[in-house]
Design a protein around this ligand. Structure first.
Ligand code: SF4
Length: 384
């Protein structure tokens, strides 16, 4: 296929849905429950709701929305640390738009900005470096977050800062790694997933081989998937075909973009600048070993965590927030007690309602709810 319309062809989608239904009905009858397939990536969650894919599927297959939205899994304590840096009188805090709205225990970055903190939205860490060049009297901090997809650009920015001798730039690093996260999800007790739609963007960097353990050790199929409707439907069909055949392999549906070996230059930049943290805290999932990275000692001069005194206090989620259960696929967003009531995209209580890749925001924006029903709080409408 060459043009984007071809990836949205309704006739081809219809054929795939018929095949998915045939296989899912058979597999669900064998299991006595629906087949559970997790899409790991928040980009897939967004596409699934944007194109109404969930409502096209039979009840015999259930899509579980995984933890692949980096904004959504940021714990409250890290947001508080970031706000503390932003409120330092000599600091300029820079970050992507979504991250500015993630609620901390007292306020978000956006609210800190409204109270006078110098917080600026950027489109790339290199924009932050430009700001550092033009404000040599200020400490310019980039609030870096994301999986391996965004890690290379942050790493290259640190390398560039070093090469240019820019000393007033630093990184508040919240980059996270996908493989330990999937492993933690697979090991969690309340978890029943039969197969995975693998993340397309992360895999462009890390390739397909790191997922091998999921097939070998956990005997679950993984299909690396693209983001168009036919990509997602075809990948789902490939997962079901493997399950039907009793296979557990790593397949690459998104081979037009994802090389088997990933991107060696990007991996090299990551390897030069970052090292694994012993553990990292995730919103709703708790602490996961080796699931985050930090700057190596070689680049300590660019580490905001060393330059600023941070509160670094672990803050419990609000009692009414059920983000953790949604992230593990135990409940659907609309089953959270505060969904569409106290928690909306305009007034997010949990981070899953902040980013467009968050499952709750995607449900809300595109009218998600129990299958076949429309959202009782459509986009733009505030609930009491
Ligand atoms: S509705 Fe809000 S509080 Fe509930 S799970 Fe979603 S984001 Fe979290």
């Amino acid at each position: 296929m060459k043009y984007v319309d071809e990836y949205r062809d309704p006739v081809a989608a219809d054929k795939l849905i018929k095949e998915i239904t045939r296989l899912a009905d058979k597999l669900a009858a064998q299991r006595g429950r629906p087949v559970n397939v997790m899409e790991v990536c928040g980009g897939h969650t967004h596409s699934i709701f944007r194109y109404g894919i969930e409502n096209m599927l039979p009840p015999s297959v259930e899509l579980i929305h995984g933890p692949g939205c980096p904004v959504c899994v940021l714990p409250i304590g890290r947001v508080d640390d970031c706000v503390a840096i932003a409120e330092h009188e000599n600091a300029i805090m820079t970050t992507f738009g979504d991250a500015m709205r993630v609620p901390g225990s007292k306020r978000s970055l956006l609210q800190a900005k409204s109270l006078g903190a110098d917080v600026r939205m950027v489109y790339s860490p290199l924009d932050a470096l430009k700001i550092a060049r033009s404000h040599p009297d200020k400490e310019v901090v980039f609030f870096g977050l994301g999986f391996e997809t965004t890690m290379p650009s942050t790493a290259l920015t640190v390398l560039k800062a070093e090469a240019a001798g820019i000393g007033n730039f630093s990184l508040f690093c919240n980059h996270i790694t996908i493989i330990p996260t999937i492993k933690a999800v697979l090991d969690s007790e309340d978890f029943q997933v039969d197969g995975f739609l693998g993340p397309g963007h992360v895999s462009m960097v890390i390739g397909t081989r790191p997922y091998g353990f999921i097939a070998e050790h956990y005997r679950r199929p993984v299909v690396i998937a693209g983001f168009e409707p036919l990509d997602i439907l075809q990948s789902l069909w490939m997962v079901l075909k493997q399950l039907d055949a009793g296979d557990a392999r790593i397949e690459n549906q998104y081979s037009r973009v994802v090389p088997e070996d990933g991107n060696p230059a990007a991996l090299q930049a990551i390897g030069r600048v970052f090292e694994l943290r012993p553990y990292f805290e995730w919103r709703g999932l708790g602490s996961i070993d080796h699931s985050g990275v930090q700057l190596t000692a070689r680049y300590a001069a660019y580490d905001a965590e060393r330059k600023f005194a941070l509160p670094s206090i672990a803050i419990a989620e609000p009692k009414s927030c059920q983000c953790g259960e949604v992230l593990k696929g135990v409940i659907k967003p609309w089953q959270c007690k505060v969904y569409g009531k106290a928690c909306t995209p305009q007034t997010p209580l949990g981070a899953l309602m902040v980013s467009s890749e968050g499952a709750c925001a995607a449900y809300y924006q595109y009218g998600g709810g129990p299958r076949g029903l429309v959202n009782e709080h459509p986009p733009g409408e505030h609930a009491a």
